[in-house]
Each structure stands twice: as C-alpha cells, then as structure tokens.
Write a protein that binds this ligand. Sequence first.
Ligand code: ADP
Ligand code: SF4
Ligand code: MG
Length: 321
Amino acid sequence: MLELDDLRVHIGGHEIVHIEHLSLEPGSRLGLVGESGSGKTMTAKAVAGLLPDEARVSGSVRFNGRELLAMNDRQMSEVRGRKIGFVFQDPARSLNPMMRVGRQVSEAIRVHSELPRAAVARKVVALLEQVQLPDPPTLMRRYPHQLSGGQQQRVMIAAAIAADPEFLIADEPTTALDVTVQEEILRLLISLSEQRGMGVLFVSHDLGVIRFVCDRVAVIYGGAVVETGRTEDVIAAPRHRYTAALLAANPGMPRDDNFRAFIGQRLHTIPGSVPPVGTFPSGCRFRNRCVAASEACTAMPGVLDAGDGHRYSCWNPVEGL
Ligand SMILES: Nc1ncnc2c1ncn2[C@@H]1O[C@H](COP(=O)(O)OP(=O)(O)O)[C@@H](O)[C@H]1O
Ligand code: SF4
Ligand SMILES: [Mg+2]
C-alpha cells in the first residue's frame, strides 16, 4: 500500500505540490487527473524519488509502511524497479537509442536479481510475450528506432514490470500515441494489473482515459487534490466545482466502456487557464476561474465527506443529484 501524507514539493520558493493525503490500495488503480500544469508529474516524480535537483520535498510517502522520503539514492533505486515500476509519457526518450531492446529489458531484470544468463534470456522473451509484442526472439535484437511508438511503449512496460513490482506508476503513458494504439496499451495495462494484482497510479489529463482504466480517481488542481473517490461516484456526482467544470467541458463522455466513442474526441478545456506557479489565488486555488466563487473561498476549504471514500474540498459544492 502506498500512502502520501502532507507531501509538499517546492521549486524556486514556490510550492508546486501539496497533497494532504492520498492512498493507493494493493491491486487497485488510482487515476490522478487534472489539466496540464496541475502538478501530476511532480507528484509522480516525488513518489519515484526522481524530482529535479532544484526541488525540495517534505512530508511522507510510505510504501508498505517504509518511508521512501527518508531513503538514500541506493535504497530508493532498489525500491524503484523491484517494488515500484515506472512508465513515462515519451518512450522514445526513455529508451536508450544505442541499446537493443532485449538488453534494455534484461538489464531491468539483472539489476534486481541474480538469475543466470539463460534464465534472464527466457524471462525477456516471456515479458515481451506478456506485453503482446510479436516474435520476441527477433524483436529483442532490434534497436528502439526500428520499432513503432506503440511497440516502444510496450518495451517500456516490459522493462517496468521486469522485476515484478507491486505498483506501477504510469505518467501519461499513451498521450503520445494514436487512438487505436492508445486503447491497446491501456487494455494491456489493465490486464497486467489484474493478472498480477499490481496496483497502478495512473496519471492523465484525460478524464475519459482515467475512467476507462481506474477504479478510483483523485482530481488535482494547483498541486492539491480537490476531490477523490470511486471513479463512477466522482463522475456521476462531482462535488468540487473544478471536477464539475472538467466534466462540463466534456459532455460527450459516455457511461459505458466504449473507449473509442470518447477517446477519439478532442477534449475540451475549462475557460481560463491554469495560472503559472506562484500566481494561484489564496484560499481555494480555483477561485479565479470558478463560477460559484464566493467570499468564503478566499480561505482554504476543509475536506468534506460524501460517503464511500468520496471526499472533496469546496465551500460551495455542486449539490448531490
Ligand atoms: N523543473 C521545474 N522548475 C520549475 N517549475 C517546474 C519544473 N517542472 C515543472 N514545473 C512547474 O510545476 C507545475 C506542475 O508541473 P507538472 O507536475 O509537470 O504538471 P502536469 O504533469 O500536471 O502537467 C507547472 O506549473 C510547471 O510549470
Ligand atoms: S471553494 Fe469556492 S472557488 Fe473553490 S471550487 Fe468551491 S466554490 Fe469554487
Ligand atoms: Mg505531466
């Protein structure tokens, strides 16, 4: 189980992330959703111990009771990979262009185990099969540029799950891919999570993608979680005005799992834009864009509970339907 408490990330004197509390149960898939610039990647990197040097982090990130923020680089890199795997947005930049894909996956295995060479080779083939790449024995001798974007992302996923992690953090893993390939990769992530009982922290700016993949969702704005709960509950009855605005901007989102019906559409954004870091209003950070803002919103709202783990922080919430 992964638990974040009072997690803060500062860069250049500005607080970029402040998450009061967020937890991820083993085997479940939690979506982190918000517009571009809302702090999703910084949150994922804080958990991964991969923040840029200029960032300062405080608070708590516990994994099965162990404090990750207290770990040194060596301890953290052991947790990364062995316990928690990562997949990032741009496979072309994450893979080493000079290294054959089989070797990239085998290194991910070897870093964390003492398996003999032949067993590693067999495991590479098995992993490439699991991520549904064609003809693994041939494919593993190729270089990344000889693969399509979707195939590269599958290689990244194979490397990320090579050491059988309990959790996977996927940051916009399909954003760079076309719709058909996106759907295939998302289905692959869901089935790997189900087969392996692997929890997933899934980051996306796209509520439709989150709804497709995740049983729970946390909506993030200005680096803070403004609403969280079961994905269905939050989408059916959003309480926070930011969540409601995200949904209102995308009225075509269907309520079945017909992926293409909503993924193919261009997602609309909320009027106005996410302010640059350091220029968010005081109190509720959404207040300069919110249609329901009132005097009360100049103070930070507390956390309210709508039941079943559905929580939100808003002074003038959307009333229950
Ligand atoms: N290295 C950095 N230095 C300063 N500010 C940064 C840096 N990286 C990201 N930011 C800022 O932090 C905020 C959150 O960024 P990010 O987590 O990447 O958002 P998201 O992934 O939700 O699009 C943005 O306003 C971004 O401009
Ligand atoms: S707290 Fe106020 S400004 Fe913030 S979302 Fe709710 S109503 Fe809008
Ligand atoms: Mg990002």
